[in-house]
Design a binder for this molecule. Sequence first.
Ligand SMILES: Nc1ncnc2c1ncn2[C@@H]1O[C@H](COP(=O)(O)OP(=O)(O)OP(=O)(O)O)[C@@H](O)[C@H]1O
Length: 254
Amino acid sequence: MSEPLLVLDNITKNYGAIHALRGISFSIARGEVVALLGDNGAGKSTLVKIIAGGLEPTSGRMLFEGKEFLAKSPAEAKAAGIETVYQDLSLCTNVDVVANFFMGREITRKVLGVPVLDERAMEAVVARALANAGTRIPSLRTKVEHLSGGQRQAIELNRFVHWGGKLVLLDEPFAALGVEQTRRGLDMIRQVASQGIGVVIITHIMQQAFQVADRIVVIRQGVVAGDVARNKTSPDAVINMITGETLAGAGPAG
Ligand SMILES: Nc1ncnc2c1ncn2[C@@H]1O[C@H](COP(=O)(O)OP(=O)(O)OP(=O)(O)O)[C@@H](O)[C@H]1O
């Protein structure tokens, strides 16, 4: 088996006297979708923030592509290929799709020795990226504020893939989306994973976890209460892991 993309090794996090994470260990393979489930306050967001450089763990190690790595900031995580797509989206709504796609990485050309934005070249890159992913946006010159939540999410994911992202973290990505947009979002996650990218998705909706994930990891009171292949478990068994009810064969695995 190839080396995991990410290994979490005994990660703990205390907020003062609160032990939010009490020794979390599991790994994520390239191209794998892991659904992170757990009750309110179980520690899911804390863990995702630590992975993405937004929070320092109290103790523990992380290996990314085989090397010890703990990002000190979201920018450092992003530079390494780890990025979070949050519920409140990180796009700039007052500029268009192309500008958002390139934000800080614009293509320029020289006119009389002066660098100017090469809008046509950038538009072509975005058009190709979106077409490859099967994402349809009415116009690449539309300001993001006029796009739906689903379209915005699609742009963010496309952008992440285009710039060489390796591990994407999604915290309740469909909370504000309708049924059809959610279905497209789930398809897109599978498509992203099929390119070898690791995906961690936090969701409270069991059906979504079973639709999209290869593996389900349950966090309960800061520990891993279950780590199972999606096709080797059932929603009932996972609910038992979340709540702490015992069920034959539903203990931690892997
Ligand atoms: N900044 C903070 N300061 C103090 N305690 C915190 C802080 N953030 C989270 N906690 C506590 O840490 C524990 C884990 O919280 P976390 O937000 O990670 O859980 P969660 O599983 O993401 O919950 P939810 O599903 O409700 O978002 C909870 O007891 C929470 O109250």
